[in-house]
Structures are given as C-alpha cells and as structure tokens.
Design a protein around this ligand. Structure first.
Ligand SMILES: CC(C)(COP(=O)(O)OP(=O)(O)OC[C@H]1O[C@@H](n2cnc3c(N)ncnc32)[C@H](O)[C@@H]1OP(=O)(O)O)[C@@H](O)C(=O)NCCC(=O)NCCS
Length: 156
C-alpha cells in the first residue's frame, strides 16, 4: 500500500467509493473533487499493489502563515480494504501536513459513526459542538471535532 498525492485520473474511482460509503448522505460528485483540487486542497490517495485507488483523504487550509486553520474535508476507504490501517495512515498524513503549518484541525463526523469518532479521538481530536441535521438527505447529526495546533516543540 502506498500513499501519494491524489491524481485527477483517479477521481472517477473516488466517486465510486463515495457512493459505496455515503449512499444516504449526498456523496461527492467528480465535480466536487475537481473543485477541491482546484482550490489547492491537500488530497492524498491510498494505492494497492496494483496501483488501484482504495482510499482517499483531503485537507483544506485557510489563513496565512502563523494563523492557518485546516479542516479534514473527507476521508474514505473502500469497504473491501477497511480494517488494515489505511484510514489511520491517511489521517496521519493529513495531520502531518497540518502540523507543518502549525494549524488546528477541524472536522465534522456523524454522531453515530463510532469507528471514525474513535479514530479521531485517538489522534487528538475532541468534540467541540453538535450540528443538528448536518447531513442530508439522511438528516443525521454531526459532531464538530477539533485537534489543537501543535507547537514547534511538539512537532519537533
Ligand atoms: C473511518 C475509515 C476511514 C477508517 O478506515 P480504515 O482503513 O478502516 O481504518 P483503520 O484500518 O486504520 O482502522 C481504524 C480503526 O477503526 C476500527 N476498525 C477498523 N476496521 C474495523 C472493523 N472491521 N470493525 C470494527 N472496527 C474497525 C479500529 O478501531 C481501528 O483502530 P485500531 O487501530 O485500534 O485497529 C473507514 O472506516 C471508512 O471509510 N468509513 C466510511 C467513511 C467514513 O465514515 N469516513 C469518515 C467520515 S467523517
């Protein structure tokens, strides 16, 4: 398994995985992925030994040096490949980028997505808010979670 910058030619595969993972919650279109890349988002793909995309994750950052703020916009792993550490590897790579920028990281996650909440908690995120009916069309609620910026000393 390899993690590398997401290639535009893999976007159709991202859309396929999105539909598998987020069927009831308005899965992203190819257009959505293209606009994230156009906006300069930090997007990574996880590739299997046959160089096929099996997962992806993206971080968006706003602000200026000394005052950056990042958000995890998406993270997904093909169901057939879950439970092998790929989600953890993708998240760590996003967080390493945020740490380089000394940026706090925010995200939204469904309140019933125990696996993802647990993964984020293990990586330093805490719940800071609740957004009712954040996901559509399902109407599911989301937690907002935050991981504080790492200081220069912590990052090393
Ligand atoms: C959340 C997600 C990205 C994690 O990806 P993954 O590749 O399965 O993650 P990992 O293999 O690194 O495992 C992360 C943790 O999930 C849990 N987990 C993984 N597979 C599991 C399974 N089959 N059953 C139960 N728990 C499982 C484990 O607690 C694991 O932690 P561990 O290190 O203690 O084993 C993936 O489950 C996914 O794509 N989910 C659907 C999309 C989604 O919810 N995205 C997040 C939206 S905010």
């Amino acid at each position: 398994m390899k993690i590398a910058p997401l290639r535009r030619k893999d976007i159709p595969r991202c859309v396929e995985i999105e539909r598998q993972l987020f069927a009831g919650d308005d899965p992203w279109s190819a257009r959505a992925f293209h606009s994230e890349l156009d906006a300069g988002g930090y997007y990574l793909g996880a590739y299997n030994d046959d160089d096929e995309l099996v997962g992806y994750a993206g971080l968006a950052t706003v602000g200026r040096p000394g005052d950056f703020e990042s958000s995890v916009h998406t993270i997904g792993v093909d169901e057939a490949y879950q439970g092998q550490g790929i989600g953890t590897a993708l998240l760590r790579a996003l967080l390493a980028k945020a740490d380089e920028l000394r940026a706090p990281v925010f995200l939204e996650v469904r309140t019933d997505n125990d696996r993802a909440v647990e993964l984020y908690t293990r990586h330093g995120f805490t719940r800071i808010g609740l957004r009712k009916r954040y996901y559509q069309p399902s109407g599911a609620d989301a937690y907002t979670m935050k991981r504080p910026a790492r200081s220069a000393q912590e990052v090393g």
